[in-house]
Write a protein that binds this ligand. Structure first.
Ligand code: 26Q
Length: 823
């Protein structure tokens, strides 16, 4: 399993240079003398990819030689971000690459890295979590495959025009993307539509089979995922949909050329585009098609790999543990049953045992509008055989429930997979929960709310099924790559092992009163802020002062995340400065970033609102040196890497009980930002760990929110009790931030003063108080820096290595596998 040619495998600077030269010539058809930055990016990427192959193949060989359980992480999204820098870091050849590109006359590797297009194959937190988990799995030497969809177009690119979001197609593949390996000979066949048919088999047994009316082919595209300084290289296998036949030859023969191409186009539409999470009804059929498509391919792939290795399908659950990343792949429960029963002819009980011993489900949301439901008509027309199986699963399950709760029809309705209230529908969270051996939430509060609010009947039925695994993020990307200056300071101070053992950062606590060290620590921050200030100027034309407090809220735009709470607070600060009551106000740069789902009107209006405020504030000379507001367009992984290291204050201000976990909150804390936040999601655990004295807490608790809601919450009482709030709202109403147009932001104002579904008004006064506290602490840099240092020192828990170890031990029961290479 070793290819010893140094041009392909050597990891010194000479070898990397030779590898680049060879790829420039033979793979790209370019001469070194005329190569563009992009050519050099491609050449370096191919050279790095060559060096992954030894490890990638050795990892596959290791599992073949010594069979053990492999994790199959099923996710409709993998937001992996740029690959080159991460692979250089994990291989340990960043310096060598820097030197190699230097020989082509490039003064900094960063110029090459900037060329890389990131595949936006995810919406936000859920997709990025999947990517962090793949990186940690490989780094922890755990055999794993990520299965997903190779969307041709990922999440849209965001432009800001006249303050509004404009969506532009994400053509990430246009220049050729060097990190994937198509494997057409491992393609899979997937059916849709048609009908179920009964027949008698050779042995005279009655059986059912599915006669689909359409087919598509899934072509795997594999992306190697190398662990940090180990030989383990796991795989991300993304499926692209192809047509079964390029032409319908019958239609072609009768002269209907365009009709003949139609079906090809329809099949290939399946993996065309990633859906944004806006919960609107558009394209629902295609979304379900996408889900079944990638799940079916993935399960067939797992079964086939057992057969190839001579392992009995009966032993499936000893070789695969299947994790469902939310309900998007929940059809796996029915599809695995179908494959086992219809194709492998297992008895029901046996198939059910295999399924429920293999599958586990992670829930990421409590928001009712985000819980997946499929109308029965739609479901049965696309997946008729699966619906039969789901009815049977449901029948047997409800029989169990009847025995446990005799005569209780209400509980049957609540637990049933089929929602009978209103339009009949398949509840995917119920299917996933019934088919899984574990159901986990993504932060302590969230897991608790799953049991108390979302599925109390299930939790009572199966208390041991429900667990928590608090999310984590990979320190390699989110500290190592995103904050090189902090990283080298940490290397010197606690030793290089912190990056795989974040608990070592605890040693930094000893430095909390060392002003020399605090100075060095804050210098890394200042350097991040200088770089971001340059970027902000280039992107938006706004000049910001790197010595001001960088106050950042980057995440998808959502009412529950409450960017409008932050925006209103900015208006209050603006008014204070205008009114001359600004003694305590620290000079601030308030930075926003994030995409709104294209169909989510209120979220798009929030973006317009922030930009309206930015225009007024940034143009007012009274604000010079005091306040700046920036909306950073097109927030994505690459931009995130610039932002976390440059942030002083992290805004985590969702309505308590609404943000399942958050993961940006963790990235900020690791990089020494202080959090202003509510008791929501993982904020609670961050505060517990970094210390309540190092966290700016505000807002109603989850139970207080529940109480408000139950007692006829009226935002108007909060508005009339807070002068700064009513004045801020008033200014918006008169069109101060919309060139005198008093209509523009009316829907926003009406929502806040009417029903205020996310309790913005209820939390405003306390938020402002907490912001005053922020201003006060900022005036004492020594104190601020100490608090920031303690955030870094104590955030080791939020490494995805810790999360993955918990999954391995309590859910997956998998062990690391050492991989050796002979060169
Ligand atoms: C559903 C139906 C149709 C189309 C799209 C969707 C869809 C797509 C993506 C629904 C939801 C998502 C993404 C959800 C998500 O990112 N959730 C976040 O997951 C993080 C990781 O666990 C948490 O930290 C966040 O709190 C949670 O909001």
């Amino acid at each position: 399993g070793c290819y010893a040619d140094p041009i392909k495998a050597g990891i010194d600077a000479d070898a990397v240079f030779d590898g680049m030269t060879e790829h420039l010539f033979f793979s790209l058809g370019k001469l070194a003398t005329t190569a563009s930055l992009r050519d050099l990016y491609m050449a370096l990427s191919y050279a790095v990819r060559d060096r992954l192959m030894t490890r990638y193949l050795a990892s596959q060989e290791a599992i073949r030689a010594k069979p053990q359980k492999t994790v199959a992480y099923l996710s409709a999204e993998f937001l992996i971000g740029p690959q080159l820098n991460n692979n250089l870091l994990n291989l340990g050849i960043t310096k060598e690459a820097e030197e190699a590109v230097g020989r082509f006359g490039i003064e900094s590797l960063s110029h090459i890295l900037e060329v890389e297009e990131e595949p936006g194959l995810g919406n936000g937190g859920l997709g990025r979590l999947a990517a962090c988990y793949m990186e940690s799995l490989a780094s922890l030497q755990v055999p794993a495959i990520g299965y997903g969809i190779r969307y041709e177009f990922g999440i849209f690119n965001q432009l800001i025009r006249d303050g509004w979001q404009v969506e532009v197609t994400d053509k990430w593949l246009k220049g050729g993307w060097p990190w994937e390996l198509p494997q057409p000979d491992e393609s899979c066949f997937v059916g849709f539509g048609g009908r179920t048919e009964s027949y008698v088999d050779e042995k005279g047994k009655y059986r059912s089979r599915w006669i689909p009316s359409e087919h598509a082919i899934g072509v795997p595209h594999d992306i190697p995922i190398l662990g940090y300084r180990v030989n383990n290289c796991d795989r991300l296998r993304l499926w692209r949909a192809d047509a079964t036949e390029s032409f319908d030859f019958y239609a072609f023969n009768i002269g209907d050329y365009y009709g003949a191409v139609e079906e090809k186009v329809a099949s290939e539409t399946i993996s065309k585009v990633l859906y944004p999470n806006d919960g609107t009804d558009e394209g629902r059929r295609l979304r379900l098609k996408q889900q079944h498509f990638f799940v079916s391919c993935s399960l067939q792939d797992m079964l086939r790999s057992l057969e190839k290795r001579g392992i009995e399908v009966e032993d499936f659950s000893e070789h695969w543990t299947v994790q469902l990343n939310d309900t998007h792949p929940a059809i796996a429960v029915a599809e695995l049953m179908r494959l086992l029963i219809d194709h492998y002819h297992f008895e029901w009980e046996k198939a059910w045992h295999i399924t429920t011993s293999s599958v586990a489900y992670t829930n990421h949301t409590l928001l009712p509008e985000a819980l997946e439901k499929w109308d029965l008509d739609l479901f049965s027309s696309l997946l008729p055989r699966h619906l039969d199986l789901i009815y049977e699963i449901n029948k047997r399950f409800l029989q169990q429930v009847r025995l446990r709760y005799p005569g209780n029809d209400l509980i049957l309705r609540k637990l049933s997979i089929i929602d009978e209230d209103g339009c009949k529908a398949v509840r995917m969270a119920h299917l996933a929960t019934i088919g899984a051996h574990h159901v986990n939430g993504v932060a302590a509060l969230h897991s608790d709310l799953i049991k108390r609010q979302l599925m109390p009947e299930f939790a009572e039925l199966w208390p041991e099924k429900f667990t928590n695994i608090t999310n984590g993020v990979t320190p390699r990307r989110w500290v190592g790559l995103a904050n090189p200056e902090l990283s080298s300071l940490l290397d010197k101070e606690v030793g290089k092992d912190w990056i795989t053992n974040m608990e070592l950062l605890k040693k930094l606590e000893q430095k909390e009163n060392d002003s020399g060290f605090l100075e060095l620590f804050s210098k890394t921050k200042l350097s991040g802020k200088r770089k971001l200030a340059g970027y902000i100027h280039r992107q938006t034309g706004v000049l910001v002062d790197p010595s001001s407090l960088f106050d950042v809220q980057v995440k998808r735009i959502h009412q529950y995340k409450r960017q409008h709470l932050n925006a209103l607070q900015v208006i209050a600060q603006y008014l204070r400065i205008k009114n001359g009551v600004d003694q305590d106000i620290a000079p601030r740069t308030v930075i926003f970033g994030g995409k709104a789902a294209p169909g989510y009107f209120m979220a798009k209006l929030m973006i317009r609102f922030i930009n309206g405020i930015a225009d007024v504030v940034n143009a007012d000379p009274d604000m010079d040196g005091r306040l700046r507001v920036v909306f950073l367009p097109d927030y994505n992984v690459k931009l995130g890497e610039q932002v976390y290291s440059a942030t002083d204050l992290s805004e985590q201000i969702s309505t308590a009980g609404k943000e399942a976990s958050g993961t940006g909150n963790m990235k900020f804390a690791m990089n020494g930002a202080l959090t202003i936040g509510t008791l929501d999601g993982a904020n609670i655990e961050i505060r517990d760990r970094v210390g309540s004295e190092n966290f700016f807490l505000f807002g109603k608790t989850e139970s207080e929110i529940v109480e408000l809601r139950e007692n006829q919450y009226d935002p108007k009482t909060y508005i009339s009790n807070c002068k700064e709030l009513s004045e801020a709202l008033r200014l918006v109403e008169v069109g101060h931030f919309s060139n005198g147009d008093s209509e523009l932001f009316l829907p926003l104002i009406n929502s806040l003063t009417g029903s205020d579904p996310f309790f913005v008004m209820a939390d405003f006064a306390d938020y402002l108080r907490a912001q005053d506290e922020v201003n006060k602490v900022w005036k004492n840099p020594q104190k601020w820096n100490r608090m920031a240092l303690l955030n870094t020192a104590r955030s080791g828990f939020f490494s995805s290595d810790r999360s993955i170890k918990e999954y391995c031990k309590s859910i997956w029961k998998v062990k690391p596998l050492d991989v050796e290479i002979s060169c």
